[in-house]
Design a binder for this molecule. Structure first.
Ligand SMILES: O=P(O)(O)O[C@@H]1[C@@H](OP(=O)(O)O)[C@H](OP(=O)(O)O)[C@H](O)[C@H](OP(=O)(O)O)[C@H]1OP(=O)(O)O
Ligand SMILES: Nc1ncnc2c1ncn2[C@@H]1O[C@H](COP(=O)(O)OP(=O)(O)OP(=O)(O)O)[C@@H](O)[C@H]1O
Ligand SMILES: [Zn+2]
Length: 451
């Protein structure tokens, strides 16, 4: 990767808006320095209105204690270093070295002027609702430079065939079964978190219609389940699916300002047309072919299984973890039923009071390790997976011997592909009360509106 010197980032105009989430804006390089092609910058955002949910720039004393099993994480001195070492030391060993490229991540110093220029330059490309909520964090001294996973660096010059990238944000792939879940919230054990959250998002006006995508299908371990999930994602991409062609976003959902669900058939038609040089099939069938091809790749790979295992590190559920949190931070637990249920005749409440008392009296180190597992799982429930493919033609056969190759189950055409995880940021300890409130809102709202 490029040797970044002081002031390597001067020309804001060389960097193009590629996308953003709640916390970061990502730019790809469009300038003339060939060494920077294939690099993206990931720049932290800061909320425009302080909403009380903002994070401290680096770890608090409590968090340093929490993460002490990973010394480089605990001693991080700035946000970019924290992100980098958390991916390298915590997430990469869990998800697999082949799919997490923390090795080619560089922390690059930036000036305030560069960040301000970039902010101006990308304004028109940002979805209005994102721009109203946050701008770049102009106080950042560094940004992260990482590999652009929508491209195959090195293969671009060898072949004219297009590179396609499918980015999926899978969300929660399992149903929690913890004893800490109250009887009144039993629905959590049978309905996916994603489906329940859709209802709340719809009423809050965050989505225009409910998606039929079910993460349980994606993580089912079956080809048919994966195809069913992909089919629903293409019909209702929301913020769970994006497609890039040669690094340019060509398909997305409402989060990026695109039409959603019932309106997305027009953009699906456009996508079909963009696939003309990618699959060997006729119009009307290309998306089907693509879905089966992606399903084949995901089914034959260990990535979804590893991701699910990492999500399942949360075995106590937030209804159990909230008690560990209050003990760990040394505050009175406002959620605990133990002081309110003395006269209860409900045996579920009694049983759970005993369970929560045992959470509060758990040895501090065990509490700490369970909190770490919960937060690691939270990262795995929010990250994205990018599958990038390129038709394998004679010009790249020779250079692809060490790469993964898949044969399309419908057409037999061969593709070189890679799978990468994105957005493996650390979730902060002080977000746990928010997780509890959100969980309760989602499940209560769902229960009220479906019974
Ligand atoms: O809480 P959730 O499940 O809604 O997830 C949030 C995401 O909402 P989603 O439901 O995927 O649309 C949310 O995504 P959007 O902003 O809705 O695109 C963020 O990814 C957020 O993470 P962070 O604040 O960047 O650390 C996510 O927060 P975390 O829960 O991962 O901390
Ligand atoms: N290394 C990369 N290569 C190519 N595209 C990327 C890369 N990293 C991020 N992107 C694009 O930028 C978008 C935003 O990045 P990212 O998911 O890291 O933001 P975030 O704010 O952390 O997201 P979230 O809202 O999930 O917390 C991604 O959805 C993806 O489309
Ligand atoms: Zn408690």
């Amino acid at each position: 990767m490029h040797a970044w010197g002081d002031g390597a980032l001067n020309a804001a105009g060389d960097w193009r808006y590629k996308g953003e989430g709640a916390s970061n804006v990502v730019l790809d390089y469009r300038g003339s320095d060939s060494q920077l092609l294939g690099t993206v910058l990931r720049i932290r955002k800061a909320p425009l209105r302080e909403n009380g949910g903002g994070c401290a720039p680096v770890l608090s004393d409590l968090e340093r204690n929490l993460w002490k099993d990973w010394p480089a994480v605990a001693s991080s001195s700035n946000e970019e270093e924290l992100r980098h070492v958390y991916v390298r030391d915590v997430m990469r060993p869990l998800l697999g070295e082949d799919y997490v490229d923390s090795g080619v991540c560089v922390i690059v110093p930036v000036s305030r002027k560069f960040l301000e220029d970039v902010s101006q330059h990308i304004r028109a490309n940002r979805p209005a609702w994102r721009a109203e909520e946050a701008d770049l964090d102009f106080s950042s001294k560094n940004v992260l430079a990482v590999c652009d996973h929508t491209l195959f660096p090195g293969l671009a010059n060898e072949s004219d065939s297009p590179t396609l990238s499918i980015e999926i944000k899978p969300k929660w792939g399992y149903l929690p079964q913890s004893d800490a879940i109250s009887t009144e919230n039993h629905v959590k054990k049978v309905v996916s978190r994603f489906a329940m959250h859709q209802l709340l998002k719809f009423v809050q006006g965050k989505i225009r219609s409910s998606s039929s995508y079910c993460p349980l299908d994606l993580f089912s371990g079956t080809r048919d389940g994966i195809i069913k999930a992909l089919n629903a994602l293409f019909k209702s991409p929301q913020n769970n699916l994006r497609v890039f062609k040669d690094g340019n976003r060509i398909f997305t959902g409402s989060v990026d300002g695109a039409q959603d669900s019932t309106d997305s058939s027009a953009s699906r038609d456009l996508l079909e047309r963009s696939l003309v040089d990618f699959t060997d099939s006729v119009t009307g069938q290309r998306l089907d072919v693509l879905e089966k091809l992606i399903a084949e790749i995901l089914h034959s790979s260990e990535t979804l299984r590893k991701l699910l295992q990492t999500q399942q590190l949360d075995s106590l559920d937030i209804e159990g973890v909230i008690h560990l949190y209050y003990s760990f931070v040394g505050l009175h637990c406002p959620e605990c039923g133990s002081d309110k249920t003395g006269c209860s005749i409900d045996s579920d409440v009694d049983k759970r009071s005993v369970l929560f008392a045992s959470h509060h009296s758990m040895p501090a180190d065990e509490q700490r390790r369970n909190l770490c597992k919960f937060l690691i799982a939270a990262t795995a429930k929010d990250c994205s997976l990018m599958v990038t493919l390129k038709p394998l033609d004679d010009s790249i056969v020779a250079s692809s011997v060490t790469r993964s190759i898949i044969s399309c189950p419908t057409t037999g055409r061969s593709y070189v592909y890679k799978i990468s995880f994105l957005d493996l940021d650390l979730k902060r300890l002080d977000k746990i009360p928010h997780y509890f409130r959100l969980d309760q809102s989602i499940v209560k709202f769902y229960a009220e509106h479906t019974t």
